[in-house]
Ligand binder design. Structure first.
Ligand SMILES: C[S@@+](CC[C@H](N)C(=O)[O-])C[C@H]1O[C@@H](n2cnc3c(N)ncnc32)[C@H](O)[C@@H]1O
Length: 305
């Protein structure tokens, strides 16, 4: 059974139905995410870009003369801030699961930066990755922006860190951008935008299951829900069944009760010390941390050797 089909069946068979958020990202999903980044309510992208621009000289010193690997590179917009800083890279390796989108983005990047060696790689960063063009003792830095790390539960983050260590093959660094714990009045509107782009992004996972697995989800029969659960420090996205219904995915039929949910994404909002402890517990040394002036977002550097 192919991985996508297996994960969908496994998620929808659970008592509390789930779908892994990595499946949001086909080309349409990646385009919708780019639109989310432009939304007035979505403070995350704007804040991280401003912070990256402010600290770009410091980051340039960290990445200089190294291989720069970007996890979940998407539009590769943020990396341009680092590429335009005062550093010379050995290579840039954008890693993303959304293959066609990655190819399109890299085509433009190759035109814009003809001297840069770009080794694009379609891969799943929740697993160990055999990085293209990198040898055991090469100096390498993983750039993991966008608060994508916030999509992992604590259990998933531990697996992620283990696989990251394997990918780094004994030595390397990571610069990670993460959204900070804050009032729900700032968080919830970011995932409930007036234009309904986040709703379309959430529903796109069902369209993708229809397109790629021949399922028969009636998209209008589901509605978007995004709510901040303070005691879990996470924003949860759900798709709620508006009616009692059956949905067929290849050989399986799933029953949905009225108001039953499919949990599609977590976005954890971290306190800096919580994230630091997770990396420190697995052998990373703390580097510098930076925050924006409103304490919305943080970027942190860790070293593994
Ligand atoms: C929240 S978006 C962030 C995009 C971009 N880095 C930014 O900061 O705006 C997450 C990105 O990670 C990619 N992605 C999600 N899960 C992934 C996985 N398991 N492996 C590789 N890429 C993944 C998506 O395709 C998407 O481009």
């Amino acid at each position: 059974m192919e991985e996508f089909y297996r994960d969908v069946v496994e998620g929808l068979n659970k008592k509390n139905k789930t779908l892994p958020s990595k499946y949001f990202y086909d080309t349409k999903g990646s385009q919708l995410f780019d639109q989310i980044c432009e939304l007035e309510e979505y403070y995350i992208t704007r804040t991280e870009i401003k912070l990256l621009s402010k600290i770009s000289e410091e980051l340039a010193k960290i990445i200089d003369n190294k291989h720069l690997i970007e996890y979940g590179s998407g539009s590769s917009k943020k990396i341009r801030i680092l590429l335009d800083s005062n550093s010379k890279l050995k290579s840039y390796i954008p890693v993303d699961i959304s293959e066609n989108y990655l190819l399109d983005v890299c085509e433009k990047l190759e035109e814009e930066y003809p001297l840069l060696k770009i080794n694009k790689q379609c891969a799943d960063f929740t697993k160990k990755i055999n990085l293209k063009g990198i040898h055991k003792n090469d100096n390498k830095v993983v750039f993991f922006p966008g608060s994508t790390i916030g999509n992992f539960t604590e259990k998933e983050i531990i697996i992620f860190i283990h696989n990251l260590i394997e990918t780094l093959d004994g030595n390397g660094e990571i610069i990670v951008g993460f959204d900070l714990f804050k009032n729900k009045n700032i968080i919830e509107p970011a995932y409930n935008d007036k234009k309904g782009i986040t709703r379309d992004f959430n529903l796109n996972i069902l369209k993708r299951i229809n397109n790629e697995l021949g399922a028969n989800f009636v998209i209008d029969n589901f509605k978007h829900k995004a709510v901040f659960i303070k005691n879990k420090s996470r924003l949860e996205m759900h798709l709620i069944s508006k009616i009692e219904q059956n949905v067929k995915v290849k050989d399986y039929t799933f029953n949905f009760k009225k108001n039953e949910s499919i949990h599609t994404e977590n976005s954890y909002k971290y306190k800096e010390k919580v994230l630091t402890k997770l990396f420190s517990d697995y052998g990373f040394t703390e580097g510098k941390a930076w925050k924006d002036e409103n304490n919305l977002f943080a970027i942190k550097h860790f070293i593994y050797q």
